[in-house]
Ligand binder design. Structure first.
Ligand code: FMN
Length: 378
């Protein structure tokens, strides 16, 4: 297989040194991560891959999935497997979404457009970051469904204008990220002096008079993230938008109940991919208590550490309605743009289908908690 990169509008010399990756066996997400590490400038790879502080939560997000053992059912006629799922009352071809991630142009010159084309071709909702490097209008023009992830700034008029743009662009839902009251201390990035090329812009943030390049805007944004957010801000959002609201970054059952009481559409059980609070509980460990606490009142998406179809199965078995994928599609993007993202999604869908068959399940509804082995209490 020959993979071709195109970086005509970016000054990314390290990429140009590796225009081709030949004969790579890209069979799973780990293969893609290794290929992305080869293909990307070291600092950009570090930005995508890294966690926070001692990276303990980053590693635990994976380890917690690996600790869970499956209890497969037999003799179930698994000739036909369907990944079809319903989310927000809409039938979806699979229980996967693309998680919001800032600046896809660090991975590929087409940035979020490449991701959007791949996601759209498979009917996978893309949650577009506030900090995307392609404007929301250009992304929704590729096709739907696109959801918009919002960071609420101290300047509420600015935040409101961003939401109104997302609504006008046709986004299907609003995802409010609540686990960044302050930025986690990403020492790995400080040590390598991470910086963003001047060509990368954050066009969702356009505000007259501000610089538009990502370096200065990120600085501005970090200064402007509102640490004063409370549950009342859900009412504030409702005062000017009818879009279904999701809250991203919940790990506690009591917060999940508050979210249900606040009337949100759903929550994303997430620790921000291990990039915020180190030693925070992993989403897959937090999920069962949250699922019990909210029952059917709201929908649940889980993200963090999903690299295998069996991870998706485990999350759905423990109560998630769907999962969202953070780094996995970024590795596909960095290796081979739109085709890479599509391949990563297909790999995960194929793996999910395969493990469902082996667990004796033909539909997503059959993924229940008895598929997860519980060691006997002694
Ligand atoms: C490079 C990168 C950038 C991210 N940017 C955002 C963001 O802008 N907004 C947000 O809510 N979450 C962001 N996240 C967190 C993801 O949405 C998601 O919670 C996390 O990546 C899931 O873990 P995983 O990468 O192990 O799948 C980012 C994650 C990565 C890896």
């Amino acid at each position: 297989m020959t993979l071709i990169f195109s970086y005509s509008n970016l000054r990314l010399s390290a990429f140009i040194c590796v225009p081709f990756i030949k004969n790579m066996n890209l069979l799973n997400i780990y293969d893609y991560e290794r290929a992305a590490a080869e293909a990307m400038p070291e600092t950009f790879y570090a930005y995508y891959a890294g966690g926070v502080a001692d990276n303990l939560t980053l590693h635990e997000n994976r380890a917690a999935f690996d600790r869970l053992k499956l209890l497969p059912r037999i003799f179930r006629d698994v000739s036909h497997i369907s990944l079809e799922t319903e989310l927000m009352g809409v039938k979806r071809p699979s229980p996967t979404l693309i998680a919001p991630a800032a600046m896809h142009k660090l991975g590929h010159a087409d940035g979020e457009l490449a991701t959007a084309r791949a996601a759209h071709s498979l009917g996978v909702p893309q949650i577009l970051s506030t900090l995307s490097s392609v404007a929301v209008e250009e992304v929704t023009a590729v096709g739907h469904p696109v959801w918009f992830q919002l960071y609420i700034f101290r300047d509420r008029a600015w935040s409101q204008a961003i939401v109104q743009r997302a609504v006008a662009a046709g986004c299907e839902a609003l995802v409010v990220t609540v686990d960044v009251p302050v930025q986690g201390l990403r020492e790995n990035l400080q040590r390598i002096n991470f910086s963003i090329p001047a060509e990368i812009l954050l066009p969702n943030l356009n505000r007259p008079g501000d610089s538009q390049d990502a370096t200065s805007l990120l600085h501005l944004v970090n200064q402007n993230f509102d640490p004063g957010l409370t549950w009342q801000d859900i009412d504030w959002l409702r005062s000017f938008t009818d879009l279904p609201i999701w809250v991203k970054g919940i790990l506690r059952a009591d917060d999940a109940q508050r979210a249900a009481a606040a009337g949100v559409q759903g929550i994303i059980v997430s620790n921000h991919g291990g990039r915020q609070l180190d030693t925070a509980v992993t989403p897959i460990e937090a999920l069962p208590a949250i699922a019990t606490a909210v029952g059917d009142q709201i929908e649940l998406i889980l993200d963090g550490g999903i690299r295998r179809g069996s991870d998706v199965l485990k999350a759905l078995a423990l109560g998630a309605n769907a999962v969202s994928l953070g780094r996995a599609p970024l590795w596909g993007l960095a290796v081979n743009g739109e085709a890479g993202v599509r391949h990563v999604l297909q790999i995960l869908h194929n793996e999910l289908s395969n493990v469902m068959a082996q667990c004796g399940c033909t539909t997503i509804a059959e993924l229940t908690s008895d598929l997860i082995f519980k060691p006997p209490q002694i």
